[in-house]
Design a protein. Sequence first.
Length: 152
Amino acid sequence: MSHDPKAFRSAQGEGRWEGVDILTYKADDGAPFKDVTRQVLFDSPALGCELRYFEVAPGGHSTLERHEHVHAVMILRGQGQCMVGGDVRDVRERDLISIPPLTWHQFRASATEPLGFLCMVNRERDRPQLPTGAELDAMRRLPGVARFLDGG
Ligand code: MN
């Protein structure tokens, strides 16, 4: 992937860093998402993990997905909501979110503010799974989930 970074890289305003490219989120598959960018901040093979920064534009959302690998997330900018399993929560700067294995999850920015978050993940990991129609129907029957999935 990327080369070893310089030892020091300056922050350049909100959600930007020296020498870090803004990448297309999910460039390699057809998963549904809206207005999300991805930046890889750390991905040295020596770490065994990667630290990425995702930013969801106002009104946007990440892919609803699940996988065997886990995520460790810290909200860095703005506010919105996240769903972990059937649990929908408001999230804001500095909140921490753990996504367990094989647990449906999605992040949504508020209508007026972006939602930026750090996400730590294993370097070697399985591909995300998307819900079937039946799985989506089951999720939507949980309190608050249909409203969340419909964008608030
Ligand atoms: Mn994920």
